[in-house]
Design a binder for this molecule. Structure first.
Ligand SMILES: [Zn+2]
Length: 319
């Protein structure tokens, strides 16, 4: 579930997270995943864990805001200048690094998605607050890079909602967040986890989801290395990928909003379609979004299908 409370505390929580990381890593290895992650074991929610311990944010002072124009949530309030003294995820990333030789991807929230999960009583400007977060994210990303993270991904589902702001300052803030990084950088733009608020929203989007069209041209021009997208089972016209030609693309070939496990051939088919617009060496087969709300057996099945489908296409390409 999302926003699930930790069951452990203190040193038991640290040990518990380590065990969860080991298990998740082993599941990924068994499923044939090449670039591994923390399996979302080190965070309660993709934004919340990052904003915990931020100076300038009062967690006791809650306000109800509408998240991405979709659902109401009670969120903390920005009461003063934001900064973050404590490291975040660095120890977890170091631990994961020590457990595997595979490249690691680590996800951080994007600046625009962060501001959408807070009530701002201080800056009174979404742009200004996002810029402050971008500077903090940049520091934190550099700490993760230093411990051996290979891809740092910024989750920006808000890029699928606030197009004008994305083009006016959202992408500029994202570029501030990746400034000076030598590792690969990615932006993940999805239609959300398979939770009800998101699936209900998707029903309102009509037969063709052309939302990416609004932000792709400017993203294509940006410094971000990789764009992570939802493709399989979504109504995104695949030809929109032509708008980001030249970029590396994480192609979502696994639906996270269903328990049905994709066939290997379905995965391969999505990848083949994407290959018309993305060079093979720039294509990273991926899931549409995180698997966190799914059961372990479904998640494992889907990851296994992902690797198997990718293998089919890899063989075709090597012929
Ligand atoms: Zn996502």
């Amino acid at each position: 579930m999302l926003w699930s409370p930790w069951k452990l505390e203190g040193s038991a929580l640290v040990a518990g997270k380590h065990d969860a990381l080991r298990v998740s890593l082993q599941e990924q290895a068994f499923s044939g995943v090449d670039i591994v992650s923390d399996g979302e074991q080190t965070r309660q929610h993709f934004v919340t864990t990052f904003i915990e311990h931020l100076d300038g944010v009062d967690f006791e002072k809650r306000e109800t805001v509408r998240i991405r124009n979709r659902y109401d949530a009670s969120v903390p309030t920005v009461v003063g200048p934001v900064s973050r003294q404590k490291p975040v995820f660095v120890e977890d990333a170091k631990f994961l690094r020590a457990q595997t030789d595979k490249p690691i991807k680590w996800a951080l929230p994007g600046p625009m998605t962060m501001i959408d999960t807070l009530y701002d009583a201080h800056y009174q400007s979404r742009e200004k607050l996002a810029w402050e977060f971008a500077k903090i994210l940049n520091q934190k990303a550099k700490e993760l890079e230093a411990v051996g993270v290979y891809i740092i991904q910024f989750d920006e589902p808000a890029f699928n909602v606030f197009f004008e702001e994305v083009n006016a300052w959202g992408i500029t803030c994202l570029e501030r967040a990746i400034e000076g990084l030598k590792c690969e950088t990615a932006v993940h733009i999805c239609y959300g986890y398979g939770i009800k608020a998101n699936t209900d929203w998707k029903k309102t989007l009509g037969s063709e989801w052309r939302l990416y069209e609004e932000v792709f041209p400017k993203l294509q021009q940006s410094n971000i290395d990789i764009i992570s997208l939802e493709c399989h089972n979504s109504r995104v016209p695949i030809e929109l990928l032509a708008l980001i030609r030249g970029k590396k693309v994480m192609v979502g070939a696994i639906d996270v909003a269903t328990n049905t496990i994709e066939t290997h051939e379905e995965v391969a088919d999505t990848l083949r379609k994407a290959l018309k617009y993305v060079d093979a060496d720039k294509l990273y087969p991926s899931t549409n979004c995180g698997l966190a709300p799914l059961s372990r057996s479904v998640a494992r099945g889907k990851l296994t299908a992902l690797s198997a489908g990718a293998e089919i296409v890899r063989k075709e390409l090597s012929v």
